[in-house]
Design a binder for this molecule. Sequence first.
Ligand code: ZN
Length: 82
Amino acid sequence: MRPRKCRYCRGPMPPPASTGRPALYCSLTCRRDNEYAVARRRWEERERRERPKREAEWKAQRLHRPLERWRAEAAITLLRGS
Ligand SMILES: [Zn+2]
């Protein structure tokens, strides 16, 4: 049985090709968009899982940052001689 509607845009399907697997999407664009949406959803799920760890790392890094910036500014001041 062949799906009668595009899985992605729910639009009407074009006339079926005589060869190959049954099409799920009305066009290459819809197939690509769907693949992109799936990949994006997976990426977002992974992001959500790993976020607490990353935020902890980010906070740990940020603790060192003001000192580094102060050093950089001090070095520039020394170079300028003012
Ligand atoms: Zn479509």
